[in-house]
Design a protein around this ligand. Structure first.
Ligand SMILES: [Zn+2]
Length: 65
């Protein structure tokens, strides 16, 4: 059994690697993060004006209370 983990978020990636179009990353988001690291540390992915498709905001003021 080969267990692959995302080098960015360290998430386990079960299944075949061919299931991940952004391999070796778990998704486009982590690939973008890695790309940002290559381009420069000052590249902020979560600056608010980033690409959409981010449904899991860590701090949502309207969430719950
Ligand atoms: Zn990841």
């Amino acid at each position: 059994m080969t267990s692959v983990r995302c080098p960015i978020c360290d998430a386990a990636m079960p299944g075949d690697w061919s299931e991940y179009p952004e391999y070796p990353f778990c998704g486009k988001r982590c690939r973008t993060i890695d790309l940002g690291r290559w381009l420069g540390e000052d590249y902020k992915l979560t600056s608010g004006a980033g690409p959409s498709d981010d449904r899991s905001s860590p701090a949502d003021p309207d969430a719950d209370r």
